[in-house]
Design a protein around this ligand. Structure first.
Ligand code: HEM
Ligand code: HEM
Length: 180
């Protein structure tokens, strides 16, 4: 039984990490207005929202399965509070979970409509450190983290995210220069 839970906790963690990077990339391309001409910007935003929502769903399943897998020794409180007892390999996962919750929940239409745009946007940018902490968590807690294929996979995810971050930052710098 624990074998199945182990596979399930790993696979849901990996899917959540890939979805988070995909949501990040789609969000950055949309905000940078770098969406090309083949698909309408709305298509990018709608897919971004789906990817973002699914990220939190998979994080939830990953947390639940990690808790049910008694080999991890995680108590219920450990899912929500990082501690030295459990260790920071899991602690970074807990911190990134809270950050993703802050990114996704206030983005739900009903809540977002009531928030000032600037405040919502500042909170939404937590998605970037949240993704970084996810990679740290996967690197430190992953069963295969010393295997080359695993570290290459993580490096690939980082590489994929760096490109749209750069495009977005360059866009912001160009707009600022145009205003001066
Ligand atoms: C259901 C959940 C989500 C919704 C409804 C949502 C909504 C949005 C919207 C409307 C924008 C466009 C902001 C603008 O430029 O006007 C955006 C941008 C963005 N989103 Fe999300 N988002 C969600 C989840 C996520 C997640 C999980 C991540 C990251 C893992 C993420 C990362 C980003 C990033 C990086 C941007 C670009 C921000 C910028 O460069 O200014 N979002 N999101
Ligand atoms: C309360 C929050 C979290 C807890 C308690 C938790 C728990 C765990 C545990 C116990 C492992 C080790 C699995 C194993 O290899 O035996 C793990 C690995 C992993 N977690 Fe999490 N995690 C949390 C948050 C997250 C988040 C937010 C993400 C992604 C968005 C994530 C993605 C991963 C990945 C990719 C691995 C590596 C899987 C592997 O071993 O191949 N985790 N997590």
């Amino acid at each position: 039984m624990n074998d199945w839970l182990w596979y399930l906790s790993r696979s849901t963690g990996i899917v959540a990490a890939v979805l988070a990077v995909a949501a990040l990339v789609w969000g950055l391309f949309f905000s940078a207005r770098n969406t090309g001409t083949r698909m309408k910007p709305n298509w990018w935003l709608a897919l971004h929202n789906w990817l973002g929502g699914l990220t939190l769903v998979f994080i939830g399943i990953h947390m639940l399965v990690s808790f049910l897998n008694t080999n991890t020794g995680l108590g219920f409180v450990d899912l929500f509070v990082p501690s030295n007892t459990v260790g920071w390999a899991i602690g970074w996962g807990v911190v990134s979970f809270w950050m993703f919750a802050l990114v996704v929940l206030p983005s739900m239409a009903k809540i977002r409509r009531r928030l000032p745009r600037k405040a919502w946007h500042m909170v939404h940018l937590l998605s970037i450190p949240a993704t970084v902490l996810t990679i740290v968590h996967a690197y430190q807690a992953g069963s295969d983290s010393i295997e080359t294929y695993f570290t290459r996979g993580l490096a690939l995810l980082v590489g994929i995210a760096v490109y749209p971050v750069s495009i977005r930052l360059i866009g912001i710098a160009q707009r600022r220069r145009a205003l001066v």
